[in-house]
Design a protein. Structure first.
Length: 326
């Protein structure tokens, strides 16, 4: 088997069906598609097992998040190359072949992602530099780029050629199986978000290179699983912040680690506090305000938990560890 396409699903079968429809034409016999179905619904699962006998569907009784879902998929994968693909990404066989060719033409590249645009044609950020104290907000990043221009490639620029960068998005990520095994795969300390940054960080530490190519383009309408309702939307926005803390705790030391933890909180709590207050006095009539209040309350609970337990991991990531031991 040459290629294993691994998709982690959470109640996004409509998106997956659209993705499969675009992959159907000319799909090679030496490629395989593996769908890890988080929090599987038995009736829905039976329907899709019957409808798509040509793909491997792995039921997962709980929503283990992205990283663990990817790890589950890799355990069943037979391909010498792995492509991790979000359910809401649209790519054709030709797109994937071009990405593989691009990687083969640049053998020094271990992890590669293409240009991603929305269905309206708007470019999305698909790479950036590793998180640090001075890039935790857009304002800080702008000030640093003004003081020290050219320090890192601009992910918003209209690049024409291959760009070597710190990390690339996990929404459409190509990597050889041997390189994946070398760096230990996806880290289960992250329930969702920043796990792609962590993967690339360990790749760099192992001497591997990460790159973005604008010469291949796929469509990605972000939010196929993360914005299906207000509960999931709030939860995933909270996990973005938590994952930043997890990365900080793992890769920074001393005062830099402490100051970055503090800065992450200071940048977010005040911004969330005012909308939360307004949401209370308006009786939750605004969905946007309600989401921010939920994130604010969840973040406060998370910080109190950190003080109590000393662990920066998300409670959901902790739950995955418990599940692994039972």
């Amino acid at each position: 088997m040459n290629l294993s396409i691994i998709i982690v699903n959470y109640k996004a079968w409509a998106h997956i069906e659209n993705a499969l429809a675009h992959l159907k034409q000319g799909f090679p016999q030496d490629w395989e598609i593996i769908v890890v179905d988080n929090e599987s619904d038995s009736h829905e699962l039976e329907t899709y097992l019957t409808k798509y006998p040509e793909i491997t569907i792995i039921p997962n009784p709980i929503n283990s998040g992205f990283a663990v879902g990817c790890r589950i998929g890799v355990e069943k994968a037979m391909g010498k190359t792995l492509l991790f693909m979000n359910p809401d990404v649209i790519a054709t066989v030709r797109d994937i072949r071009e990405l593989i060719t691009e990687k083969e033409s640049n053998p020094e590249v271990a992890l590669l992602t293409p240009k991603q645009v929305t269905s309206a044609g708007c470019s999305q950020k698909t790479f950036d530099e590793f998180p640090g104290f001075l890039n935790q907000s857009k304002i800080l990043k702008y000030l640093r780029s003004f003081i020290s221009p050219g320090r890192a490639p601009d992910p918003r620029s209209n690049h024409k050629d291959l760009v070597f960068c710190d990390w690339i998005t996990g929404s459409f990520l190509l990597i050889g199986r041997s390189d994946y095994d070398l760096i230990g795969g996806w880290c289960s300390d992250y329930w969702m978000y920043v796990e792609d940054t962590d993967l690339c960080k360990r790749a760099h530490e192992a001497g591997l290179k990460t790159a973005y190519t604008p010469r291949v383009q796929v469509t990605h309408d972000h939010g196929g699983s993360s914005r299906i309702n207000i509960d999931i939307h709030s939860m995933t926005k909270l996990e973005v912040i938590i994952s930043k803390h997890v990365y900080t705790q793992k890769y920074m030391n001393g005062l830099k680690r402490l100051n970055t933890h503090i800065l992450i909180g200071l940048l977010r709590l005040p911004v969330l506090a005012i909308p939360s207050f307004v949401d209370v006095i308006t009786f939750g009539r605004s969905t946007t305000l309600n989401v921010r209040r939920r994130v604010f309350c969840g973040l406060l609970q998370y910080y109190f938990r950190v003080l109590r337990t000393g662990s920066w991991l998300s409670p959901r990531a902790e739950a995955n560890r418990i599940a692994d031991c039972t």
